[in-house]
Design a protein around this ligand. Structure first.
Ligand SMILES: [Fe+2]
Length: 301
């Protein structure tokens, strides 16, 4: 069963209203429009904010700068998800991640930022996952039962369904990280339906909507949006430059035109909160009018 013994501040009291954060430093942020329209603060379930683990920040000061940027951009909770790739140098210990999260939270609190970091991992889709779970070497997203699982960028493993079923059989739930960036899925969007049928949930990255990961990822992200196949949006931020959290506001305002504000709120706040609470994300609700906008949507790119 999922580990639930790790220390974590409650996230239940962290959902704040616009009036709260408008009174804070975010007032000075030119990218605040989306979060004000959402009337709530967002939750990012995929972020490489911890320093010294992977291809994220190299020094602690940059982690703090990222935290400041996230707070200014309207986030209330960030899941720190260093890469965990079995068989490589990127196999961080759970104790080290918890220690770094604790230290960063202390600094954030001392700085007066209304932001909380919860721990997690971005775990490569690999047959060794079940053994690593048995050895308690993997972390879920916060206190939840959800594992953030990253598919390869080219092909899914030949036994990907077996890998998924073996994880689910141990009582965990799965949030798939940026499936739109997997070439096999981008070439075969119908495979997204097969993924969902296995019982997993899907996280799309903001950057995919404005071409940060190429045309194929952008195309699949938009297909998934119009088919209601996205459960959470995340930044997958690695540094302030290039992946900074304010970038999603431009995409968010366009996304709002396609799927509506309620769905954007669902993908940025409600569903991530449900994941952290160990509840399944809710599906998007698309009207016929939203589907009819699909043709114009393609002109963005
Ligand atoms: Fe990532």
């Amino acid at each position: 069963m999922p580990a639930r013994d790790h220390k974590k501040r409650s996230t239940s009291n962290l959902k704040r209203t616009t009036s709260n954060f408008e009174s804070k430093a975010i007032v000075a942020n030119p990218h605040r429009h989306l979060t004000i329209e959402l009337n709530c603060l967002m939750i990012d379930l995929h972020c490489h904010i911890l320093h010294g683990f992977d291809d994220g920040p190299e020094i602690f000061a940059e982690s703090v700068q990222m935290a400041q940027a996230f707070a200014r951009s309207g986030y209330q909770i960030i899941a720190a998800t260093p890469h965990m790739i079995p068989g490589t140098a990127w196999m961080p210990s759970t104790d080290r991640i918890k220690k770094e999260v604790s230290g960063l939270n202390q600094t954030i609190e001392n700085a007066g930022l209304e932001l909380e970091i919860v721990f997690g991992m971005e775990i490569a889709m690999d047959p060794q996952i079940t053994d690593l779970l048995d050895d308690e070497r993997l972390l879920p997203l916060g206190n939840s039962s959800f594992l953030l699982i990253e598919p390869p960028f080219q092909q899914l493993p030949p036994n990907w369904e077996q890998i998924i079923f073996s994880i689910l059989a141990k009582g965990y739930s799965i949030l798939i990280a940026h499936p739109e960036r997997c070439g096999q899925l981008a070439d075969n969007p119908g495979l997204i339906d097969e993924l969902i049928k296995t019982g997993v949930f899907l996280q799309v990255s903001w950057g995919s909507f404005f071409g940060q990961y190429g045309r194929a990822a952008a195309r699949l992200a938009r297909i998934m949006a119009t088919k209601g196949q996205i459960h959470c949006l995340a930044t997958d931020s690695h540094h302030l430059g290039g992946h900074n959290p304010s970038m999603m506001h431009t995409a968010g305002l366009k996304l709002r035109k396609l799927i509506g504000l309620e769905n954007v709120r669902k993908l940025t706040t409600d569903n991530p909160q449900r994941v952290l609470n160990g509840k399944p994300p809710q599906p998007m609700t698309l009207s016929a009018a939203m589907t009819a906008r699909k043709r114009r949507w393609w002109r963005w790119w």
